[in-house]
Design a protein around this ligand. Structure first.
Ligand code: PMP
Length: 326
Protein backbone atom coordinates (compact mmCIF):
# COMPACT_ATOMS: atom_id res chain seq x y z
CA UNK A 1 0.00 0.00 0.00
CA UNK A 2 1.66 3.20 -1.03
CA UNK A 3 -1.21 5.60 -1.27
CA UNK A 4 -3.59 7.27 1.11
CA UNK A 5 -6.85 6.88 -0.72
CA UNK A 6 -9.23 7.43 2.16
CA UNK A 7 -9.80 10.73 3.94
CA UNK A 8 -8.07 10.94 7.33
CA UNK A 9 -8.53 13.11 10.42
CA UNK A 10 -4.97 14.22 11.08
CA UNK A 11 -1.75 14.85 9.19
CA UNK A 12 -0.15 12.22 11.46
CA UNK A 13 -2.16 9.57 9.65
CA UNK A 14 -0.49 10.48 6.35
CA UNK A 15 2.94 9.44 7.66
CA UNK A 16 4.38 6.31 6.06
CA UNK A 17 3.12 4.07 3.26
CA UNK A 18 5.58 5.83 0.97
CA UNK A 19 6.20 4.63 -2.61
CA UNK A 20 8.85 2.05 -3.47
CA UNK A 21 10.18 2.84 -6.94
CA UNK A 22 12.52 0.86 -9.17
CA UNK A 23 15.83 2.45 -10.16
CA UNK A 24 17.06 1.82 -13.67
CA UNK A 25 20.85 2.01 -13.74
CA UNK A 26 21.32 -1.60 -12.68
CA UNK A 27 23.35 -4.51 -14.04
CA UNK A 28 21.88 -7.78 -15.37
CA UNK A 29 18.80 -9.03 -13.62
CA UNK A 30 19.47 -7.22 -10.33
CA UNK A 31 16.72 -4.82 -9.30
CA UNK A 32 17.10 -1.87 -6.95
CA UNK A 33 14.06 -0.26 -5.33
CA UNK A 34 14.17 3.05 -3.49
CA UNK A 35 11.69 3.99 -0.79
CA UNK A 36 10.80 7.65 -1.36
CA UNK A 37 10.53 9.17 2.09
CA UNK A 38 9.98 12.71 0.80
CA UNK A 39 6.33 11.63 0.37
CA UNK A 40 5.83 12.08 4.11
CA UNK A 41 4.05 15.30 5.21
CA UNK A 42 7.26 16.86 6.57
CA UNK A 43 9.03 15.55 3.45
CA UNK A 44 11.49 13.21 5.16
CA UNK A 45 11.97 9.79 6.73
CA UNK A 46 12.08 11.48 10.14
CA UNK A 47 8.32 12.08 10.28
CA UNK A 48 8.08 8.39 11.14
CA UNK A 49 10.18 8.66 14.28
CA UNK A 50 8.65 12.03 15.20
CA UNK A 51 5.22 10.46 15.49
CA UNK A 52 6.35 7.11 16.84
CA UNK A 53 8.66 8.37 19.58
CA UNK A 54 6.26 11.02 20.90
CA UNK A 55 3.22 8.74 20.93
CA UNK A 56 5.15 6.06 22.86
CA UNK A 57 6.71 8.61 25.24
CA UNK A 58 3.28 10.05 26.07
CA UNK A 59 1.84 6.56 26.60
CA UNK A 60 4.70 5.65 28.94
CA UNK A 61 4.57 8.96 30.81
CA UNK A 62 8.15 9.83 29.73
CA UNK A 63 6.82 13.28 28.84
CA UNK A 64 3.76 14.72 30.61
CA UNK A 65 0.66 15.79 28.61
CA UNK A 66 1.22 19.41 27.58
CA UNK A 67 4.97 19.14 28.30
CA UNK A 68 7.98 20.09 26.17
CA UNK A 69 10.23 18.03 23.94
CA UNK A 70 13.81 19.18 23.37
CA UNK A 71 15.93 17.53 20.70
CA UNK A 72 19.39 17.96 19.17
CA UNK A 73 18.83 17.58 15.43
CA UNK A 74 20.26 18.23 11.98
CA UNK A 75 16.80 19.42 10.97
CA UNK A 76 14.69 16.65 9.52
CA UNK A 77 14.05 15.11 12.93
CA UNK A 78 13.07 18.54 14.20
CA UNK A 79 10.50 18.87 11.43
CA UNK A 80 9.10 15.41 12.10
CA UNK A 81 8.99 15.99 15.84
CA UNK A 82 7.50 19.49 15.40
CA UNK A 83 4.61 18.12 13.32
CA UNK A 84 3.89 15.39 15.86
CA UNK A 85 4.41 17.62 18.93
CA UNK A 86 1.86 20.19 17.78
CA UNK A 87 -0.73 17.51 16.94
CA UNK A 88 -0.13 15.79 20.29
CA UNK A 89 -0.33 19.00 22.35
CA UNK A 90 3.38 19.29 23.22
CA UNK A 91 5.82 22.23 22.91
CA UNK A 92 9.04 21.69 20.97
CA UNK A 93 12.56 23.17 21.23
CA UNK A 94 15.33 22.14 18.81
CA UNK A 95 19.08 22.54 19.14
CA UNK A 96 20.68 22.65 15.68
CA UNK A 97 24.38 23.04 14.80
CA UNK A 98 24.72 26.18 12.66
CA UNK A 99 25.97 24.39 9.53
CA UNK A 100 22.66 22.66 8.82
CA UNK A 101 20.30 23.92 6.13
CA UNK A 102 18.36 27.12 6.72
CA UNK A 103 15.31 25.72 4.96
CA UNK A 104 15.00 23.06 7.65
CA UNK A 105 15.36 25.59 10.45
CA UNK A 106 12.69 27.83 8.90
CA UNK A 107 10.30 24.90 8.60
CA UNK A 108 10.78 23.93 12.25
CA UNK A 109 9.92 27.51 13.27
CA UNK A 110 6.92 27.57 10.91
CA UNK A 111 5.64 24.45 12.65
CA UNK A 112 5.65 26.33 15.95
CA UNK A 113 8.95 25.09 17.40
CA UNK A 114 11.74 27.14 18.97
CA UNK A 115 15.16 26.75 17.30
CA UNK A 116 18.46 27.28 19.15
CA UNK A 117 21.76 27.16 17.22
CA UNK A 118 25.06 25.78 18.53
CA UNK A 119 28.49 26.44 16.95
CA UNK A 120 29.34 24.24 13.96
CA UNK A 121 32.76 23.41 15.49
CA UNK A 122 31.08 21.81 18.56
CA UNK A 123 29.51 19.24 16.22
CA UNK A 124 26.40 17.22 17.01
CA UNK A 125 27.96 16.40 20.40
CA UNK A 126 27.69 20.11 21.32
CA UNK A 127 24.00 20.16 20.35
CA UNK A 128 23.35 17.01 22.42
CA UNK A 129 24.99 18.56 25.51
CA UNK A 130 23.02 21.80 25.13
CA UNK A 131 19.70 19.94 24.73
CA UNK A 132 20.35 17.89 27.88
CA UNK A 133 21.26 21.05 29.80
CA UNK A 134 18.03 22.80 28.69
CA UNK A 135 15.95 19.77 29.68
CA UNK A 136 17.37 19.92 33.20
CA UNK A 137 16.33 23.55 33.50
CA UNK A 138 12.65 22.80 32.71
CA UNK A 139 10.59 20.46 34.89
CA UNK A 140 8.11 19.21 32.24
CA UNK A 141 10.68 18.54 29.49
CA UNK A 142 12.00 15.35 27.93
CA UNK A 143 14.68 14.70 25.31
CA UNK A 144 13.61 11.93 22.89
CA UNK A 145 17.36 11.67 22.00
CA UNK A 146 17.11 10.06 18.58
CA UNK A 147 20.81 9.08 18.70
CA UNK A 148 20.32 6.60 21.55
CA UNK A 149 16.56 6.01 21.81
CA UNK A 150 15.59 2.44 20.80
CA UNK A 151 12.17 3.87 19.78
CA UNK A 152 13.96 5.40 16.76
CA UNK A 153 14.97 1.94 15.51
CA UNK A 154 11.61 0.49 16.54
CA UNK A 155 9.72 3.05 14.39
CA UNK A 156 11.42 1.60 11.31
CA UNK A 157 11.05 -1.99 12.49
CA UNK A 158 7.31 -1.41 12.95
CA UNK A 159 6.57 0.74 9.86
CA UNK A 160 9.26 1.15 7.16
CA UNK A 161 10.36 -2.48 7.09
CA UNK A 162 6.92 -4.17 6.94
CA UNK A 163 5.89 -1.74 4.18
CA UNK A 164 8.93 -2.82 2.13
CA UNK A 165 8.28 -6.53 2.68
CA UNK A 166 4.61 -6.19 1.85
CA UNK A 167 5.33 -4.28 -1.36
CA UNK A 168 7.87 -6.87 -2.55
CA UNK A 169 6.03 -9.96 -1.31
CA UNK A 170 8.96 -10.66 1.00
CA UNK A 171 11.49 -10.95 -1.84
CA UNK A 172 14.28 -8.80 -0.48
CA UNK A 173 17.88 -9.91 -1.02
CA UNK A 174 19.78 -6.91 0.32
CA UNK A 175 19.11 -3.77 2.30
CA UNK A 176 21.31 -0.71 1.75
CA UNK A 177 20.84 2.49 3.75
CA UNK A 178 22.73 5.50 5.00
CA UNK A 179 23.43 5.82 8.71
CA UNK A 180 23.00 9.06 10.60
CA UNK A 181 21.54 7.86 13.88
CA UNK A 182 21.40 4.46 12.09
CA UNK A 183 17.77 4.07 13.21
CA UNK A 184 16.54 3.57 9.64
CA UNK A 185 19.04 0.84 8.77
CA UNK A 186 18.92 -0.91 12.15
CA UNK A 187 15.11 -1.09 12.17
CA UNK A 188 14.91 -2.43 8.62
CA UNK A 189 17.88 -4.78 9.13
CA UNK A 190 16.48 -6.31 12.31
CA UNK A 191 13.18 -7.02 10.55
CA UNK A 192 14.93 -8.28 7.39
CA UNK A 193 17.16 -10.70 9.27
CA UNK A 194 14.13 -12.11 11.09
CA UNK A 195 12.52 -12.83 7.71
CA UNK A 196 15.68 -14.39 6.25
CA UNK A 197 19.00 -14.49 8.10
CA UNK A 198 20.84 -14.54 4.75
CA UNK A 199 19.63 -11.07 3.75
CA UNK A 200 22.65 -8.87 2.99
CA UNK A 201 22.84 -5.62 4.98
CA UNK A 202 24.99 -2.70 3.84
CA UNK A 203 25.50 0.50 5.83
CA UNK A 204 26.42 3.69 3.99
CA UNK A 205 28.49 6.60 5.30
CA UNK A 206 30.26 9.53 3.64
CA UNK A 207 34.04 9.40 3.25
CA UNK A 208 35.35 11.25 6.32
CA UNK A 209 32.81 9.65 8.67
CA UNK A 210 34.06 7.04 11.12
CA UNK A 211 31.25 4.47 11.37
CA UNK A 212 33.66 2.07 9.66
CA UNK A 213 35.85 2.10 12.77
CA UNK A 214 33.08 0.29 14.67
CA UNK A 215 33.39 -2.25 11.90
CA UNK A 216 37.14 -2.65 12.24
CA UNK A 217 37.94 -0.71 9.11
CA UNK A 218 40.42 2.13 8.86
CA UNK A 219 38.75 5.47 8.42
CA UNK A 220 40.38 8.86 8.06
CA UNK A 221 38.18 11.37 9.88
CA UNK A 222 37.48 14.44 7.77
CA UNK A 223 34.78 16.98 6.95
CA UNK A 224 32.14 16.00 4.39
CA UNK A 225 29.31 17.77 2.59
CA UNK A 226 26.80 14.93 2.45
CA UNK A 227 24.09 15.91 4.95
CA UNK A 228 22.25 13.63 7.34
CA UNK A 229 24.52 10.57 7.37
CA UNK A 230 27.84 9.69 8.96
CA UNK A 231 29.30 10.26 12.40
CA UNK A 232 32.25 12.14 13.81
CA UNK A 233 31.80 11.54 17.48
CA UNK A 234 30.80 8.62 19.61
CA UNK A 235 27.68 10.38 21.00
CA UNK A 236 25.93 9.90 17.68
CA UNK A 237 26.39 6.24 16.87
CA UNK A 238 24.91 4.40 19.84
CA UNK A 239 22.15 2.71 17.82
CA UNK A 240 24.54 1.29 15.24
CA UNK A 241 25.00 -2.44 15.81
CA UNK A 242 27.83 -3.88 13.68
CA UNK A 243 26.43 -7.38 14.34
CA UNK A 244 23.50 -6.66 12.01
CA UNK A 245 25.68 -5.31 9.20
CA UNK A 246 27.62 -7.26 6.55
CA UNK A 247 29.55 -4.38 5.04
CA UNK A 248 29.92 -0.65 5.25
CA UNK A 249 30.36 1.45 2.14
CA UNK A 250 32.03 4.86 2.31
CA UNK A 251 30.89 7.15 -0.51
CA UNK A 252 32.81 10.27 -1.53
CA UNK A 253 30.87 13.55 -1.56
CA UNK A 254 31.66 13.95 -5.27
CA UNK A 255 30.16 10.54 -6.11
CA UNK A 256 27.02 11.24 -4.05
CA UNK A 257 26.72 14.61 -5.79
CA UNK A 258 27.10 13.18 -9.33
CA UNK A 259 24.51 10.54 -8.47
CA UNK A 260 21.88 12.89 -7.02
CA UNK A 261 22.15 14.94 -10.21
CA UNK A 262 21.81 11.80 -12.35
CA UNK A 263 18.82 10.66 -10.32
CA UNK A 264 17.05 13.95 -11.11
CA UNK A 265 18.02 14.07 -14.80
CA UNK A 266 17.49 10.42 -15.71
CA UNK A 267 15.01 9.08 -13.17
CA UNK A 268 12.98 12.12 -12.07
CA UNK A 269 13.94 11.92 -8.39
CA UNK A 270 14.45 15.25 -6.62
CA UNK A 271 16.55 13.79 -3.81
CA UNK A 272 19.47 15.02 -1.73
CA UNK A 273 23.02 13.91 -1.00
CA UNK A 274 22.25 11.10 1.45
CA UNK A 275 20.03 9.51 -1.22
CA UNK A 276 22.81 9.99 -3.78
CA UNK A 277 25.20 8.13 -1.47
CA UNK A 278 22.65 5.36 -0.84
CA UNK A 279 22.13 4.91 -4.57
CA UNK A 280 25.90 4.71 -5.24
CA UNK A 281 26.26 2.07 -2.53
CA UNK A 282 23.21 0.11 -3.74
CA UNK A 283 24.75 0.00 -7.23
CA UNK A 284 28.04 -1.31 -5.77
CA UNK A 285 26.11 -4.13 -4.07
CA UNK A 286 24.18 -4.74 -7.33
CA UNK A 287 27.44 -5.16 -9.27
CA UNK A 288 28.74 -7.67 -6.72
CA UNK A 289 25.53 -9.70 -7.00
CA UNK A 290 25.60 -9.52 -10.80
CA UNK A 291 29.24 -10.64 -10.95
CA UNK A 292 28.52 -13.61 -8.66
CA UNK A 293 30.75 -12.21 -5.89
CA UNK A 294 27.87 -11.90 -3.46
CA UNK A 295 25.07 -14.38 -2.95
CA UNK A 296 21.74 -13.06 -1.71
CA UNK A 297 18.41 -14.87 -1.27
CA UNK A 298 16.87 -12.69 -4.02
CA UNK A 299 18.41 -10.36 -6.59
CA UNK A 300 16.37 -7.46 -5.27
CA UNK A 301 18.02 -4.64 -3.32
CA UNK A 302 16.09 -2.10 -1.28
CA UNK A 303 17.41 1.33 -0.39
CA UNK A 304 15.95 4.45 1.21
CA UNK A 305 15.90 7.98 -0.20
CA UNK A 306 15.49 9.95 3.05
CA UNK A 307 14.42 13.40 1.82
CA UNK A 308 14.15 15.90 -1.03
CA UNK A 309 16.65 18.20 -2.76
CA UNK A 310 14.30 21.17 -2.42
CA UNK A 311 15.47 21.44 1.17
CA UNK A 312 19.05 22.15 -0.03
CA UNK A 313 18.61 24.46 -3.02
CA UNK A 314 20.11 27.38 -1.05
CA UNK A 315 23.27 25.31 -0.62
CA UNK A 316 23.64 24.94 -4.38
CA UNK A 317 22.96 21.23 -4.40
CA UNK A 318 22.40 21.22 -8.20
CA UNK A 319 25.36 23.50 -8.96
CA UNK A 320 28.92 22.30 -9.59
CA UNK A 321 30.58 20.22 -6.89
CA UNK A 322 32.72 23.21 -5.84
CA UNK A 323 29.67 25.49 -5.54
CA UNK A 324 27.73 22.99 -3.42
CA UNK A 325 28.32 24.00 0.20
CA UNK A 326 27.87 22.01 3.35
N1 PMP B 1 19.46 11.40 5.30
C1 PMP B 1 19.01 12.55 5.83
C2 PMP B 1 18.81 13.72 4.93
C3 PMP B 1 18.76 12.62 7.21
O1 PMP B 1 18.33 13.77 7.75
C4 PMP B 1 19.00 11.48 8.00
C5 PMP B 1 18.79 11.57 9.49
N2 PMP B 1 19.90 12.15 10.16
C6 PMP B 1 19.47 10.32 7.41
C7 PMP B 1 19.67 10.31 6.05
C8 PMP B 1 19.83 9.08 8.20
O2 PMP B 1 18.78 8.47 8.87
P1 PMP B 1 19.04 7.73 10.26
O3 PMP B 1 19.24 8.81 11.28
O4 PMP B 1 17.82 6.94 10.50
O5 PMP B 1 20.27 6.91 10.13
Amino acid sequence: MTTHERPVDSVLETIGRTPLVRLHETPGTVRIYAKLESFNPGASVKDRIGRYMLERMLERGDVPAGGTVIEPTAGNTGIGLAIAAEQLGLDAIFVVPERFSLEKQQLMSALGAKVINTPTEDGMGGAIDRANQLAEELDDAAVPQQFSNPLNTEAHYETTAPEIYEALDGEVGAVVAGCGTAGTLMGIARYALEQDAATHVTAVEPEGSVYGELFDEDREEDEYKTEGIGTHDTGTNELFDPELVDDIQAVADSEAHDELKRLAREEGHLVASSAGAASVAAKRVARRIDEGELETPHDTIVTVFPDSSERYLSKGIYRSFEEWTS
